[in-house]
Design a binder for this molecule. Structure first.
Ligand code: TRP
Ligand code: SF4
Length: 326
């Protein structure tokens, strides 16, 4: 049986962190074993909120590939490419924009939220409004069966399905409707207990050196009511404990009990986490070291990935132009 096809993308916004890894990338690595996977760098999408300063764009696209490889994506098992290398995405986006009602875009929750949140950035642009239309082009171009995304991207996927239906209704059956593949993502808070995010400066990077990881774990926010070592703790509100649920799972009940009973101090508890985290990150860091010895590897992978994805994109665009009588 032919493998189901998967497509997903990430915007190149700088170094990936453990939140990105547990939220999406770890899942991508798993999926490459069982699906035909296309993973791409959404550099045009990054422009929608970052069009003013584009100086780091090329470098960030290269960095994200290194992060992907260090985390275990394998160019022999999946296709990795850069959106801007495949001009067909722009053509399909343009064609979709002709019949996508503005009302569909305006009602997108991400549009409304971001507009409010990023007030200082002036993103009330044509391009930003069209973000989901470009995303639909990315997905439908490859006739992906499934798209691994987080909860926040569900409206975009619904819009993609609506665009596919509208195209098929207007011009004939060309597109498949993709299904969302919801990642059962583990939520890993940042070191200050809020959502891990570059803009909060509370991240642990995939490329973080281990002594820096140790320092960051040491500075993590724990239960604020624990002043003395034998005060009873509340693991449920402690960010160290949220990490322990992932990295020290084998001893989690013991940790919970001794925290609640005030039998373990936070310093010692953090030390245990730092050790496990270091063990977890070590192989990724070693792979990164290896990769950096062959600097051409990123260009090679992206060139190869572009060739493979362009082939699919060109075939889809043939069908699209035929259907639309262009
Ligand atoms: N919007 C996605 C995000 O911000 C990135 C993205 C762009 C994407 N095109 C896509 C994800 C196509 C999946 C499929 O995370
Ligand atoms: Fe958190 Fe561990 Fe301190 Fe309990 S002992 S509050 S789980 S760091």
């Amino acid at each position: 049986m032919k493998k189901q096809r998967i497509l997903s993308g990430m915007r190149p916004t700088g170094d990936l962190h453990l939140g990105n890894y547990f939220g999406a990338l770890k899942n991508w690595v798993r999926l490459q074993e069982d699906y035909e996977c296309f993973y791409f760098i959404a550099d045009w999408h990054a422009l929608t909120t970052g069009y003013e300063d584009t100086s780091a764009m090329k470098e960030n696209s290269r960095k994200i590939v290194i992060d992907w490889l260090s985390a275990g994506l394998d160019p022999n098992k999946c296709v990795m490419f850069r959106q801007s290398d495949i001009k067909e995405h722009a053509e399909l986006h343009l064609l979709f924009s002709m019949f996508t009602p503005v009302s569909w875009l305006l009602r997108c929750p991400t549009y409304k939220d971001q507009l409010k949140q990023l007030k200082e950035k002036n993103i009330a642009t044509y391009g930003f409004l069209g973000y989901p239309c470009l995303q639909a082009a990315d997905i439908l171009m490859y006739k992906a069966n499934a798209v691994p995304v987080g909860e926040d991207q569900i409206p975009h996927l619904e819009l993609t399905r609506e665009i596919a239906r509208r195209f098929n209704f207007l011009y004939g059956e060309v597109f498949t409707e993709p299904q969302p593949l919801l990642t059962e993502a583990k939520v890993l808070p940042g070191i200050d207990g809020r959502k891990m995010s570059k803009s909060y400066q509370n991240t642990i990077l995939l490329s973080e050196q281990l002594d820096e990881v140790k320092k960051k774990v040491g500075s993590m926010i724990t239960d604020p009511e624990r002043i003395k070592k034998d005060d009873p703790g509340h693991p449920d509100i402690c960010s160290v404990y949220a990490y322990k649920k992932i990295f020290n799972l084998d001893e989690i009940e013991e940790i919970e009990a001794s925290c609640k009973a005030g039998k373990i101090g936070c310093v010692q508890c953090k030390k245990g986490l730092a050790e496990k985290l270091a063990l977890y990150m070590q192989p990724m860091l070693e792979r990164r070291e290896e990769l950096l010895k062959t600097p051409d590897i990123v260009d090679d992978i992206l060139r190869d990935g572009a060739a493979k994805s362009r082939e699919v994109a060109a075939a889809t665009m043939e069908e699209v132009r035929n259907a639309m009588k262009i």
